[in-house]
Design a protein around this ligand. Sequence first.
Ligand code: F6P
Length: 363
Amino acid sequence: MSKKKLLVLTGGGDCPGLNAVIRAIVKSAERQGDWEVWGSIEAFNGVLHEPFEIIPLTNEAVKGIHVKGGTIIKTTNKGNPMKFGIKQDDGSFIYKDLTQQLISNLKKLEIDAIINIGGDGSQAISQHLFEQGINIVGVPKTIDNDLNSTDLTFGFTTAVQIATDAFDKLVTTASSHNRVMILEVMGRDAGWIALHTALAGGAEICLIPEIPFSLDKVVDEINKRYDHGRGFVNIVIAEGAKLNDQIIGSNAEGDLNIKLGGVGNALRRALEEKGCEPDIRVAVLGHIQRGGTPIAFDRLIATAFGVKAFELVENGEFGKMACYNNYKVESTTIQSAISTYKHIAEDHYLVKTARSVGISFGE
Ligand code: F6P
């Protein structure tokens, strides 16, 4: 009897742990024996255009990849089949719904099931395809940790570690120079990385999308920490934090998402304009938070997600996503995962913890 075909893909931004998920799926499938695993290159792009770009994923192909950053099957944030950007001669883009083309290509390739490893955008695509009758399962990925219905997404803990290491280095330079150091971290819609870093590093101020802040209040907080020009302040700001009600960023060509970045420097300028006296410097971590090897915990959770996702496929539990809640890997519906962003609630225990140790949110 010929084996069933499972297609695996990674979509959206890369994230430490993607390869560990892929390896776990392949290893589980090989042990179970009924499935062969294929990888689609650059999310759905590998099956959207002919010639197809799909590669066999065997035990040999995934050997040792759990320690590597990135994804061996590549990824893109420009491969949404529902709104596929096609570049025109004048450089502009038109957007087409290629869902039917995708479904017909999946039939041609005789794909029996799909595991889509990705964040909110990718899982919205999963849900759409599931509603069109495609056998699809999700694995939650994003360093931002903002996917609903899961306490954690893999990659987040590594990003926090990277940000905390950077923060620790900025503390000594801030203190040596009596400066204000602003660390801009990722966090498009939610400030999980910023909050965790501020707590782990011991920041004075933490600015996140969920809690609107006032510049006057931030200046007050800074001034409190200075005495006759001596003192220092470390601020962590999430890239999605709003300055004067505005998100700082711009749209890249053909990208429907705003490209965030720059809020750290915008905050520096705004504080200087407010007359903030200490010298201010800014460090923007950007994609450093997404690169490199996953820390042990992310390898572990990514592996458990891969195993769970394959189990969902094997059991025919489509439309579901692996998730991690109360120290257990289990499953939820993709629909619930994308129903809302997992924002930091005002009464979250880490917000309370931060306030109790004197971290200001600038409100
Ligand atoms: O969603 C994860 C994320 O890292 C966001 O924090 C960030 O705004 C975005 O990806 C950046 O994506 P890109 O790789 O397209 O610049």
